[in-house]
Design a protein around this ligand. Structure first.
Ligand code: SF4
Length: 62
């Protein structure tokens, strides 16, 4: 399995990464309040007006 290359989302505190047993999904939390952002952004994200430097929220898919 190749690693997902999230681009800017990896250094954005608006991101939520959900890890499952065999995959991981990157979500953009800005999408909850701003329709300009995709809930599941197309990766890697190269440019993004919402990028907020910080740590992504990490969650586990149970
Ligand atoms: S704001 Fe941009 S960089 Fe941040 S999580 Fe959303 S899509 Fe990724």
């Amino acid at each position: 399995m190749s690693a997902t290359q999230p681009g800017l989302c990896a250094s954005c505190e608006q991101a939520r990464v959900i890890r499952g047993a065999r995959s991981q999904f990157w979500m953009c939390r800005l999408a909850e309040s701003d329709p300009r952002f995709a809930r599941y952004p197309r990766l890697p994200v190269i440019t993004c007006s919402g990028h907020t430097p910080g740590e992504p929220e990490r969650a586990r898919d149970t």
